[in-house]
Write a protein that binds this ligand. Sequence first.
Ligand code: ADP
Ligand code: ZN
Ligand code: ZN
Length: 733
Amino acid sequence: MAVLQVALPAPLRHYFDYLPPPNCDIDRLIPGVRLRVPFGSGHRVGMLMSVTDKTELAREQLKWVSAVVDDEPLLSAPHLAFLKWAGDYYHHPIGETVFACLPSLLRKGRPARQRREIRWRLSPEGCHIKPDSLRRAPRQVGLLEFLRQYPEGVTRKQLSELGWGWRTAIRALMDRGWVDTYEYAGTSQGGRGQREPALALNVAQEQAVSAICSSLGTFQPFLLDGVTGSGKTEVYLQVIDRVIREGKQALVLIPEIGLTPQAVDRFRRRFAVPIAVVHSALSDQERLNAWLMARDGSASIVIGTRSAVWTPLRYPGAIIVDEEHDLSYKQHEGFRYSARDLAVVRAQRAKIPVLLGTATPSLESLYNVDLGRYRHLILPERAGDAASPKIEVLDMRRRPMHAALSVTLLEAIRTNLNQGRQVLLFLNRRGFAPAMLCHHCGWVAGCKRCDVHVTYHKERDLLVCHHCGADRRPETSCPSCGGCDLIAVGHGTERLAQLLEDLFPQNRVVRIDRDSTRRKRAMQEMLDTIQSGSAGILIGTQMLAKGHHFPNVTLVGVVDADSGLFGADFRSSERMAQLVMQVAGRAGRAKRPGTVFIQTHHPDHHLLRSLIEHGYGRFAREALVERREAKLPPYTRLTLLRADAHSQGATYNFLSEARIEALKLAKGGIDVFGPVRAPIERRAGRYRGQLLIQAHSRNLLQRMLNPWVHQVENLKTARKVRWSLDVDPQEML
Ligand code: ADP
Ligand code: ZN
Ligand code: ZN
């Protein structure tokens, strides 16, 4: 008797057993095919994981599979094994793991087939048309401008969203031969026209490329540690070139595509091969097309964010993780995986090299270098003739200030602007002011559902909770004393932008944060404004720190470095150092050297000092010593059990019972801490608590977690809470 073990998208940590459909050809039942099965009162799509002859159920309890969806397995055996490994490691239900990694059309049981759609794009001739020559046809000009933004062409849907008579205009442009149509398959063939040639590598780059290329075909992780502008991307490109020449595929993970469209363009300009770009703006069909082209081997390069780590590859050649320290590689809800860590595991299973690139390595990766697991490749200098920026600390204690800015920084801004240069100010706090308080009694406006202060957003005239998203109009009088003198205290990006507009009215200020870039295309428009030089001052949150290249920026100001030095999380100082270095890296990347000013009230803080005087590498060494002494990662392994509920009691009953079970399993080398409240205890009306498991080694931890998760799952108190397990948590919130 054949029993089919099926993974179903359900929050349960086991397979479901079914019988093959009557008169089904058993040979078709290969693990990796999707099955439609009866489940509850309806049907679900599941994934066949294995075929056995054993089951714990009585035969009459077993149901028949209703249909076999795929003729061929959707996923190869090695890929299926990788998913299984990931589900086991993160202790995430296997069905949810498998299905989280599939494009949504496949989750719904749709056929694994590419459907191409027609797109309109500029013809090579159309790319060179000057809008002036069309002055009497404003719609055609508008359309040309629109198409120019999309080298891969636009869909009918995008055109109809323009909302005006696009049909006539596009027909006219097609008649002139400036626009043509083609079938888009979810990948681009690279841009049109001339390919950009490879650059002549400098010595350090050359050594890196040859080290990586000589380990093609074997597993070897590399930490490519190079300051911003040192030519890491050029190293990636040349490694990929080799991979492609060998007929293999390269998988490239980047933190965020929307923020750095230039990065993807650089790959397109270099290679004439099909590139699958996987990002959130794709339609479901486009996503499926890209996934299939990767799986079938027809896309030579696959570029995507975190979730692209799951993309199956037929001919894996190398994996590249750009900005490996970036927090966005860790998924913070649901299936809490780390794409960076999985990339290494995947490379190991596929026996290929994996390249982790960054200017500010995570302490985890540096530790792996120390252990000899990763090879350290260093690019010590900026490529080309760009000089490194000079970093200076501005001691803010008892100094004259103008709102959030010291007079020294203000003077430097003025000087740079007078010389026609650009200035970048970094403040990792969006909104107008982080608090609103009563001048009479000190009452502070808080969120009604969370234990936090709300942020005042002046443009929208709203108090917004940055934790649960709740917003409301600001009170007109104090709810506590009735006084009418409510004041906004502190500085967010909105207020800083207003201040600088008032101080330097001749200069345009561009503010980049999550609020100002909410509209589609807003980010690109702002980047264009910056590149064109018409804005003198750029203000932004960490969004500005990522991968951009602002050649005319010669002054960078870090408005507030202190919040990172004393954050609640043990990783706060590491994050602060990474952000400061990343922001600093935006300055003076072209011919002119840059200066970076860091404002702080703690100029003598030892980590800040070592960062500024000796650079990130020395900072990281000292931070690692502190971690070792405190028995924190990477020297130990952590897992957080988080829980929340409408009542504090439910949360703590559950966590206390989970603790008892944990203590029974915790042998030497494992410590259980808590339960404790989460740093922000109440969020969106729910009480949050956590239990921390700390282990000396990954194996010890996994051996304890396996039985523990099942016990936790079966606790009666578990039904009254929402709980989740976070293996290798990146944030302790
Ligand atoms: P990173 O990825 O480390 O920030 P990039 O690869 O983007 O660095 O390189 C930064 C700048 O230096 C780019 O403008 C790039 O074209 C240039 N560059 C990189 N490698 C070289 C080289 N070997 N010779 C000349 N210029 C280079
Ligand atoms: Zn008051
Ligand atoms: Zn809230």
